[in-house]
Unconditional design. Structure first.
Length: 331
């Protein structure tokens, strides 16, 4: 019996190709509509309890409520916030492993002699999350109650003052270095693995002061365990309007801002990024999140992926100049 051979007519052949093309186009869209269908991991490159961790957990809870899947915070501190960032850069670009980035990640390209990832090449920007000033906080027993007295005290001590930070290369480190350079004073850097342990030692008197986010510091200021001297933004903060800025206290032109943002591995489908961005807009514009962040000195700061990408480039350029001027370097 002779086998029958089927040949596609030109019309059927064209229809087959068209169907394949439509499926290829529709597939990512369908994927995005189905996203997420399993838990999403939010990597925080700091220990629990710090400002980035607080922001991440608040956002994760809201995303979980809106998107119907767990958003699990995974704390991976170490190497100036590079450990967590590198892990996400090497993760599958499917939207299920994300990293909460900070000002430190814009500082690190100039600060570290070698990085195993590129902030601008290995990630797909999703959105900024928050922005806000740092606040200079000190142990209540430190004999300085404002920036002028702090500078005078540092100059009067042969060994200068020491200050804690959330780690080498963090905004809490470089903002203090910028202050030291502009004020012409000596301050010794004492790095910690996150803001929480650094603040503990400032409150305990082991360290003199710290440049920290208002989100993690102000509750201790209100409790009388720390005293606040000034904020690092160009304008005063609505959270503590009586606190002067560093610039108005004598260091004209001084400004340092801390921010958080969300990044996905490069290659993550654009529709998945767009879905995350859309959900974040709703989360960050919700009254309860705005009130929660505003009360702690942070402002919700949603933007588009393209705008956030441009912001990251400008931050990398800005902090490269600060790192060079300070002479800070990590091998």
């Amino acid at each position: 019996m002779k086998a029958t051979t089927h040949h596609l007519t030109p019309r059927r052949h064209w229809m087959g190709l068209a169907c394949a093309a439509l499926c290829a186009v529709a597939s990512p869209v369908a994927w995005a509509q189905d996203y997420p269908h399993k838990p999403v991991k939010l990597v925080v490159p700091y220990p629990p309890g710090g400002p980035t961790d607080i922001v991440a957990r608040a956002v994760a809870q809201k995303l979980q409520e809106r998107m119907g899947q767990p958003f699990v915070v995974d704390n991976r501190p170490g190497a100036g916030a590079n450990t967590g960032a590198e892990a996400v850069a090497r993760s599958a670009p499917d939207g299920y492993t994300l990293v909460v980035a900070t000002t430190a990640h814009a500082i690190n390209p100039a600060l570290f002699a070698k990085l195993n990832y590129s902030l601008l090449k290995d990630f797909a920007p999703v959105s900024q999350l928050t922005s806000g000033p740092l606040v200079i906080v000190a142990n209540p027993a430190l004999p300085a109650n404002n920036v002028a007295e702090l500078i005078a005290l540092a100059k009067s001590r042969n060994g200068g003052l020491n200050y804690g930070s959330s780690g080498n290369g963090q905004s809490t480190h470089l903002s203090a270095e910028l202050f030291s350079a502009m004020a012409g004073v000596k301050m010794t850097h004492v790095p910690y693995k996150g803001s929480a342990p650094a603040l503990t030692d400032v409150m305990g008197g082991q360290v003199d002061l710290m440049f920290d986010t208002m989100l993690s510091s102000m509750p201790h200021v209100k409790a009388g365990k720390l005293k606040a001297l000034a904020v690092t933004s160009a304008q005063r903060s609505s959270v503590a309007p009586d606190l002067p800025t560093v610039a108005e206290s004598g260091l004209t032109g001084y400004e340092a801002i801390a921010w958080n943002g969300l990044l996905a591995p490069v290659g993550t489908p654009k529709d998945v990024v767009a879905r995350l961005n859309s959900e974040l807009k709703a989360v960050l514009e919700s009254p309860d999140i705005r009130q929660r962040f505003d009360a702690q000195g942070f402002a919700s700061s949603w933007n588009t992926p393209a705008a956030y990408g441009s912001f990251l480039q400008s931050e990398v350029d800005k902090w490269a100049k600060v790192v060079k001027a300070s002479g800070a370097k990590i091998d």
